[in-house]
Write a new protein. Structure first.
Length: 612
């Protein structure tokens, strides 16, 4: 009998939903009789399909640019899912590894503006017949009320074994699920990065703690085996803590020996943020790790568990750009099924993949409402505020605008900050000349970060500024790269959101010097900054919590946290300040040598106000 989506009735009959199990109990009794030999013990193939970090991208559409994007969206992934099911119709499971309900204006609208309808991600995922989802760190961004509503709307369990109640240590989420497919019992354990406790506002995670995923897996995997699981899958919103020193886009680079330090570079994680490899290598009994969080396409990693048995790890990047496809050959050993061989690959979403008609039809009204919402006019400018590299490689009006917004929001809360820091997150966000829409405002601040006011000292500031320059490669002023992206570090690659622009302090960098000694000067109000000097700063919650490897900020003291997102402050500031002028906003306090702006942008955009 072929299984067709939606799979709700069949899945409800086949799942052992583990809701009240603790670390000391399992779904089934340990005194159960021996498992009977199945009538058909011939080898069989199981298929595990995985999505991750969808971030409310259903349609192949970029809400921040207002343009189609043929390389993203669950509606397109749905086509690949259905094709994969056709290849192995009776023996396929679909799993998601989190960061599902936040990340695009669609998520913002149905998380904050109108949370009454059934969530569009629940509608789409129910149609596709997911068997389970691991909770991601961004699931908590809108608070437990929104998350609990989403959990009640989906036809599958949202798993999080290491999310515990602070009061007594009991489970706050269902830890795992057991499901029968092709007469094989598959156990799926859900875990989330413990970084949630660092990044998330306290009021969004009341009464919760986030335990060590490695220790949690070590406790649960044996119980899942005792409960009858033939195959153990760990679905974790977390990935490898290192990335290849070679090209991460080369599948072979992910197959290098993880113990060979020359082949791998640290990602700049918080301690324990990405523990997937440690779980594979340190916990016995796991067959597959389906990972997320690091936003990378990982076709396949092969790791050895404590007994030397091979464990497979994969990750399907972000935004519905890929579908992970794991193939397991299982055989009967006389007592139970076991994995004989395994393999995995990624299916790519591109122009050749059509959006699934059913998912599109079910979620069209949500998409249309979001497009209307983001296209409303909110303000105006007298000239363009360039974005991307043109805004990062010089003291730019766009960077200054975001910092002004953060400073004013802090001031309205009663804190007259000394300075602010912010990043230009993407290469697509900019403000046009003339009318500005909500979409334009959102495009320059795409994440749902909230605002913190912190007290830090000069030592923290100096260390953060030095770490800031890890964004860049060491440059030769006489032989600069041909393209602006060539000036970025490539081993490891550093995300654009890890290069901060500061207001009010006077500082500069010399990128011809080695990392760690690039800061040329650091002054505040004309005087050299001292290590014990105290500052009150405006900073987003991610960076304040040490996000991006900036652990030094955790040494500071949080004075205030906002209820609203920085993105909302940007939109409100533009509504209140019509006719914004980039020249009026731009204040020159930062220098970069070599002069990358002149090298790449002066010919097309004109000279920068803040030149060398």
């Amino acid at each position: 009998m072929r299984l067709l989506v939606p799979l709700r009735a069949l899945r409800a009959a086949s799942l052992c939903l583990v809701g009240a199990c603790s670390l000391l109990t399992a779904c089934d009794s340990d005194d159960k009789p021996p498992r009977p030999t199945p009538p058909d013990t011939s080898p069989r193939k199981l298929t595990l399909l995985q999505t991750s970090d969808l971030h409310t991208n259903i349609f192949p559409w970029d809400y921040f640019s207002g343009k189609p994007d043929a390389k993203r969206g669950l509606a397109k992934v749905a086509t690949l899912i259905k094709q994969a099911r056709e290849a192995n119709p009776d023996c396929t499971l679909l799993v998601d590894t989190g960061d599902t309900i936040q990340g695009s204006p669609l998520g913002t609208y149905y998380g904050r503006v109108d949370n009454t309808p059934r969530h569009p991600m629940a509608v789409a995922m129910n149609e596709l017949g997911y068997v389970a989802m691991a909770v991601g760190n961004h699931e908590f961004n809108y608070g437990l009320g929104v998350l609990d509503k989403f959990k009640s709307e989906v036809d599958f369990p949202v798993l999080g074994a290491n999310v515990r109640k602070s009061a007594d240590g009991t489970e706050a989420f269902q830890p795992y699920v057991l499901t029968d497919v092709c007469d094989v019992k598959v156990g799926i354990l859900g875990l989330v990065t413990p970084g949630v406790a660092t990044w998330e506002r306290a009021e969004n995670i009341p009464g919760l703690r986030f335990d060590d995923p490695v220790e949690t897996a070590r406790a649960y995997v044996p119980r899942m085996r005792e409960a009858g699981a033939d195959v153990i899958v760990v679905a974790i919103h977390g990935g490898p803590d290192k990335q290849p020193t070679g090209s991460a886009s080369n599948p072979d680079s992910w197959l290098a020996d993880y113990a060979d330090e020359s082949k791998w570079a640290d990602r700049g994680n918080l301690p324990g943020e990405n523990p997937a490899v440690q779980i594979a290598q340190g916990v016995s009994g796991i067959d597959v790790l389906l990972t997320g969080h690091t936003h990378q396409p990982i076709p396949k990693m092969l790791l050895k568990n404590p007994e030397g048995r091979e464990v497979l790890l994969t990750q399907p990047n972000r935004w519905g750009s890929h579908l992970a496809d794991v193939e397991l050959q299982v055989t009967w050993n006389g007592e139970r099924w076991g994995v004989d061989t395994h393999d995995s690959r990624l299916h790519v979403v591109d122009e050749k993949v059509a959006a699934d008609a059913t998912v599109t039809q079910l979620t069209q009204s949500y998409h249309d409402t979001t497009v209307t919402y983001v296209n409303q006019k909110i303000g105006s400018t007298t000239a363009v505020f360039p974005g991307g590299f043109a805004a990062r490689y010089v003291d730019s009006p766009l960077g200054d605008l975001i910092n002004i917004v953060q400073e004013e929001a802090a001031r309205e809360a009663g804190f007259d900050v000394d300075f602010s820091l912010a990043a230009i997150f993407t290469n697509d966000g900019a403000l046009p000349a003339g009318d500005v829409t909500l979409r334009d405002a959102y495009s320059i601040y795409i994440y749902d970060n909230t605002l913190y006011v912190m007290e830090i000292n000069g030592s923290i500031l100096r260390r953060a500024l030095e770490m800031n320059t890890l964004y860049f490669a060491r440059l030769d002023a006489a032989n600069l790269p041909e393209r602006p992206e060539g000036a970025k570090a490539s081993s490891p690659v550093v995300a654009d959101y890890n290069w901060d622009l500061y207001s009010r302090i006077e500082y500069g960098y010399d990128l011809t010097k080695p990392a760690g000694s690039r800061l040329t000067h650091l002054r505040f109000e004309g005087a050299e900054v001292q290590d014990d000097q105290v500052f009150v700063v405006a900073i987003n919650n991610y960076r304040a919590g040490g996000g991006g490897g900036y652990a030094m900020f955790k040494e500071g003291r949080v004075l205030w946290t906002s209820a609203d997102g920085v993105r909302d402050y940007v939109a409100r500031y533009m509504q209140a300040n019509q006719g914004l002028s980039p020249d009026a906003v731009n204040t020159c306090n930062f220098t970069l040598a070599p002069d990358l702006y002149t090298r790449y942008f002066a010919a097309t955009l004109g000279p920068a106000k803040c030149g060398p």
